[in-house]
Ligand binder design. Structure first.
Ligand SMILES: [Zn+2]
Length: 251
């Protein structure tokens, strides 16, 4: 298979040691998947790796954060742009920053890159970098640092599925379905590009890009629970989607 070329940017403020660790993470994914990374600037990158700003996310619980936006206008849909934010330190119980070790930073980068490459969930069992358990992710970082191959069978399986393949359907209740159709109509009248979709293992959002960088979005609350009870799927408009649905002029 011809590898897909992905333009990637590294954090501009990364030290030589950090750049080397991130390079190792990218190389490990190049071996695991039919992808090849090409370094470029943050503006041109489809995959931007950066260090998290102070106050971003929950420093006690997460070492990394990824947002991948999938462009549904294309056929097959593709990940248009992904941003991976990595933390250099976590806070301990007394709120003191504790710097991540090399294996922690590498493990976290490998895990977050897995999300950026399109795997939105976590695996429950087995040896995989996509488990939620941070200790297991750290061990994976240590292994790759020692020259072992990255283990990511679920992501490899995902890449064997043709892009755009439908793997499941959830019927929307009439309320949320109406909301989605109405917002799509408003967006089309106003010429807002979209829709894009961003999905995590619980929540997600379907959005259009309104002028001045805003997003008119419907938030999916706990879509995984909706697999069991489709009637329970909630699509919550954000303020700009709400005012669009009310027929208010774009502000
Ligand atoms: Zn994760």
């Amino acid at each position: 298979m011809t590898p897909a070329v992905i333009p990637v940017s590294l954090p501009p403020d990364a030290s030589a040691a950090e750049r080397s660790l991130l390079g190792k993470a990218l190389s490990a994914w190049e071996v695991a998947l039919p992808v090849r990374f090409e370094q470029t600037s943050a503006v041109l990158a489809r995959l931007e790796i950066r260090f998290a700003r102070v106050g971003e996310g929950d420093p006690r619980r997460t070492s990394g954060l990824t947002a991948a936006d999938c462009d549904l206008r294309e056929s097959p849909p593709s990940v248009e742009r992904a941003v991976v934010s990595l933390r250099r330190a976590n806070l301990d119980v007394l709120d003191r920053p504790v710097a991540l070790s090399d294996e922690e930073l590498l493990g976290t980068a490998l895990h977050e890159l897995g999300h950026a490459l399109g795997f939105q969930g976590h695996v429950a069992h087995g040896r995989s970098v996509m488990v939620r358990n941070t200790e297991a992710v750290r061990r994976m970082g240590r292994g790759v640092l020692a020259g072992e191959a990255l283990r990511a069978p679920s992501v490899q399986a995902l890449y064997r599925v043709p892009s755009g393949a439908i793997v499941g359907r959830i019927a929307l209740a009439s309320g949320p379905a109406r909301r989605l159709v109405d917002l799509a109509e408003v967006a089309s009248v106003r010429g807002w590009p979209g829709p894009w979709v961003r999905v995590g293992d619980r929540g997600g959002r379907i959005f259009w890009r309104s002028p001045r960088g805003g997003e008119a979005a419907l938030q999916l609350l706990d879509w995984s629970a909706a697999r069991r009870d489709p009637q329970g799927l909630v699509l919550l408009p954000n303020p700009s989607a709400w005012s669009a649905l009310q027929g208010e002029p774009p502000g």
